[in-house]
Design a protein around this ligand. Structure first.
Ligand SMILES: C=C(OP(=O)(O)O)C(=O)O
Ligand SMILES: [Mg+2]
Length: 427
């Protein structure tokens, strides 16, 4: 009943029109599960390797080699295995690949199979994916951190920092939080439009206006929160991902979209301290670059007891790197991107390591996404209380919100909304 009969990989499109890997797993019983792999643009150097062909397909480089690896190498090796043996399935693929970074078979091939296995197992057991991942206590609905202004490498505008997000934490439930978030998002469109700004959106669905400064992005958002009838800080706070690894050049931080000035790590820490004092910021991701561990230490010592400091590019969802950060006292939270490490099992190992060491976990989409909603279930399964998955206007992002709405309704009175308590060290 639970035995893998066939694994089928194929090429489909992501939200940028680039090819990506989709995997179906068929069981002997006729049950089938499916997953699609996302793709990043501002990637960390130590991410597992996404296998791409030289040849162009659709809008970008093809994934036909990765698909062939699913069909010709991984599939035959996993046929006959029990679908609920997630760890055995994942470790078998790690062994087949044999590299440290999944560069032989491709993390996109391996993750597609790993996630499809979890979906298929949940379907075979007749339980929702979040419960399969997290067990009977999976009941916490996350604060949706909605990316409402896009800059950096996710938009062609004058804003250096990549993501300005709103966190509607003061809500009784997830559905109300989405309502508040959408009201603020729509109010932001109006306040930008009133000042003559473009309201076209970037890769993650946030507006991508040409603003005078990075500060102005926050100020527009605060105005929008108020216009929607909410109080910044009390009802809705701000989360940032400036993605500063993209700005790190010759030991400094180059403001490539705006002033073209370069700031030192100490200047950046002062900038973030100043922003924490003047704006209601509850989370800062990649406030410094992935290779600037010294700067990260200063940042953590300066702000780590007041705000959630999330490592994305610097940690790459990798347990070995996270262990080094724990030993050195770097950051207090880790971004969880399944395709940075390449299997569900290793992702859960990283999450367990973070939990044991008092680090928060913050689940994330990629800038290249699809209709796949695995991260919504993962977030509820691990109960980490917050996720980022774009704004509320692009279907590949809304798909995750819709799945969370479904989960909340399914849980009924058992569902709990995470609220402000989800954010590390925020008083
Ligand atoms: C989601 C992000 O972007 P990308 O997927 O391009 O890495 C990020 O940097 O957190
Ligand atoms: Mg990031």
């Amino acid at each position: 009943m639970m035995t893998i009969a066939k694994i089928l990989g194929q090429e489909v499109l992501d939200s940028r029109g680039n090819p990506t890997v989709e995997v179906h797993i068929f069981l002997n019983s006729g049950i089938v599960g499916r997953a699609i792999v996302p793709s990043g643009a501002s990637t960390g150097e130590k991410e597992a390797v996404e296998l791409r062909d030289g040849e162009k397909r659709y809008g970008g480089k093809g994934v036909r080699k990765a698909v062939a690896n699913v069909n010709d190498v991984i599939g035959p090796a996993l046929e006959g295995m029990n679908i609920t043996d997630q760890r055995a399935i994942d470790y078998k693929m790690i062994e087949l690949d044999g590299t440290d970074n999944k560069g032989k078979l491709g993390a996109n091939a391996i993750l597609g199979v790993s996630l499809a296995a979890a979906h298929t197992a949940a379907a075979a057991l007749g339980i929702p994916l979040y419960r399969y991942i997290g067990g009977v206590n999976s009941a916490i609905l996350p604060v949706p951190c909605m990316n409402v202004i896009n800059g950096g490498v996710h938009a062609q505008n004058s804003v250096d920092f990549q993501e300005f997000k709103i966190a509607p934490h003061n809500a009784p439930d997830f559905e109300t939080a989405i309502q508040i978030g959408e009201e603020c998002f729509h109010a932001l469109k109006q306040v930008l439009h009133d000042k003559g700004h473009n309201t076209g959106v970037g890769d993650e669905g946030g507006y991508a206006p040409d603003l005078k400064s990075n500060d102005e992005a926050v100020e527009f958002i605060l105005r929008a929160i108020e216009k929607a009838g909410y109080t910044p800080g009390d009802d809705v706070s701000i989360c940032l991902d400036p993605a500063t690894s993209e700005m790190y050049k010759d030991g400094g931080y180059f403001f490539f979209s705006s002033t073209e000035e370069t700031k030192s790590a100490d200047d950046m820490v002062r900038l973030w301290e100043d922003w924490m004092n003047k704006y209601p910021i509850v989370l800062l991701e990649d406030g410094l670059g992935e290779n600037d561990w010294e700067g990260w230490k200063t940042l953590t010592d300066t702000l780590g007891d007041k705000v959630e400091l999330v490592g994305d590019d610097i940690f790459c969802t990798n347990p070995a790197i996270l262990q080094q950060a724990i030993d050195k006292g770097i950051g207090n939270s880790i971004l969880i991107k399944l395709n940075q490490i390449g299997t569900l099992t290793e992702t859960l190992e990283t999450i367990e390591l973070a939990n044991r060491n008092n680090y928060n976990c913050y689940v994330s989409h990629r800038s290249g996404e699809t209709e796949d909603t695995t991260i919504a279930d993962l977030t509820v399964g691990i109960g980490c209380g917050h996720l980022k998955t774009g704004s509320g206007c692009r279907s590949e992002r809304v798909a995750k919100f819709n799945q969370l709405l479904r989960i909340e309704r399914e849980l009924g009175s058992a569902a709990k909304y995470a609220g402000i308590g989800a954010f590390k060290n925020v008083k």
